[in-house]
Design a protein around this ligand. Structure first.
Ligand code: 5GP
Ligand code: ZN
Length: 116
């Protein structure tokens, strides 16, 4: 897949609308179109990386920045003290449906464990 037919690359480029709530040099975050919690945000690197399996050592900083964005957004959304969940699915068995890595940030309700 090229960035031209990647849904999240198109959102990052502004070609497809999304409720963007955070932008930095490295990452963009927007609200999930089908939220699974009162807050459900997707944090994506500007760089197109299809899956966790495609990460290299050079991407360590990029992935770290996704978590720093999650920390900032959780605080902004009032989730930091009560708690929240971050999830990154990899490939079909985990339910990955968009092949541009993204960190789900979910909060605002009690989370169960183990996940389904
Ligand atoms: P995955 O299943 O790959 O871990 O997560 C993909 C997420 O992207 C899903 O939670 C899905 O609801 C969300 N999603 C799919 N298409 C769109 C879209 O066009 N806009 C937004 N904001 N979210 C989307
Ligand atoms: Zn992409």
């Amino acid at each position: 897949m090229t960035t031209e037919d990647c849904l999240f690359c198109q959102i990052i480029a502004g070609d497809i609308p999304a409720d963007i709530i955070y932008e930095s040099d490295d990452a963009v975050a927007f609200r999930d179109i089908n939220p699974q919690a009162p807050t459900h945000v997707l944090i994506v690197p500007r760089q197109h990386i299809a899956t966790i399996n495609d990460l290299t050592d050079e991407d360590c900083d990029t992935v770290g920045k996704l978590f720093m964005a999650a920390q900032a957004i959780a605080k902004e959304e009032g989730l930091a003290d009560d708690g929240y969940r971050t999830v990154m699915n990899c490939n079909a068995a985990a339910g990955q449906s968009v092949f541009h890595i993204h960190l789900h940030l979910l909060g605002g309700r009690l989370m169960s464990w183990p996940p389904g």
